[in-house]
Design a protein around this ligand. Structure first.
Ligand code: C5P
Length: 207
């Protein structure tokens, strides 16, 4: 049971990097952001308020990890709702249990999120913290939205990124921060290929 934990803020390149690493090592991959997004979508669809913790926990326990698909969970409003419900401790506990079960079920896993190295898998064999400046992350997110035919402006995207960072970093339960022994990768001025090589060199040294 070998776990590679990858944490960091939104739009730092964590998702792409996690997939590349999972492919390179032949590991299973769980994007834990999707677990929060799936609960958020179910709550939006049912018209539930985002502070209904009892129902959120019930939905969390019914989620099928294998069926999670970013394409149906990528909407901006789902991401916003996910970061709002993610402050509820009992919901986090239910999702963390499912995420740990995933890591135990498979011989090798890459888990990416906000609290993998600190809370979900503190004993992970390798821990990475992937970040980039808010401006760089906002400009990547902006390009992606425009590329997909969306209509927005850079300042709005930057304000969203800052709001999301504040919610993730300032919450009382499992705030986003690098684990003590995490290897830091700042992708602000790095290609994804260079980030992958840096990650692989670190992982090979510690596995
Ligand atoms: O990674 P993604 O942006 O899809 O995650 C959506 C939201 O879910 C994040 O903004 C964060 O608030 C929450 N999340 C979390 N812990 C994780 C993964 C995601 O709190 N391990």
């Amino acid at each position: 049971m070998t776990v590679i934990a990858i944490d960091g803020p939104a739009a730092a390149g964590k998702g792409t990097l996690s997939r590349l690493i999972a492919d390179a090592y032949g590991f299973h991959h769980l994007d834990t952001g999707l677990t929060y997004r799936a609960v958020a979508k179910a709550m939006i669809d049912a018209g539930l308020p985002f502070d209904n913790e009892a129902v959120a926990v019930r939905i969390a326990r019914s989620i099928e990890l294998a069926g999670l698909d970013r394409t149906v969970l990528s909407a901006h409003e789902i991401g916003e709702a996910a970061s709002k419900i993610a402050v509820m401790p009992k919901l986090r506990k239910a999702l963390v249990e499912a995420q740990r079960a995933f890591s135990r079920r498979n011989p090798g896993t890459v888990l990416d999120g906000r609290d993998i190295g600190t809370v979900v898998c503190p004993d992970a064999a390798a821990k990475l913290y992937v970040t980039a400046s808010p401006e760089v992350r906002a400009s990547r997110r902006y390009e992606e939205i425009v590329h997909n035919g969306g209509d927005t402006d850079f300042e709005t995207v930057l304000a969203d990124i800052r709001k999301r960072d504040a919610r993730d970093m300032d919450r009382a339960d499992s705030p986003l921060k690098p684990a003590d022994n995490a290897y830091l990768i700042d992708t602000s001025e790095m290609s994804i290929e260079a980030a992958f090589q840096a990650a692989k060199t670190h992982i090979d040294a510690v596995l």
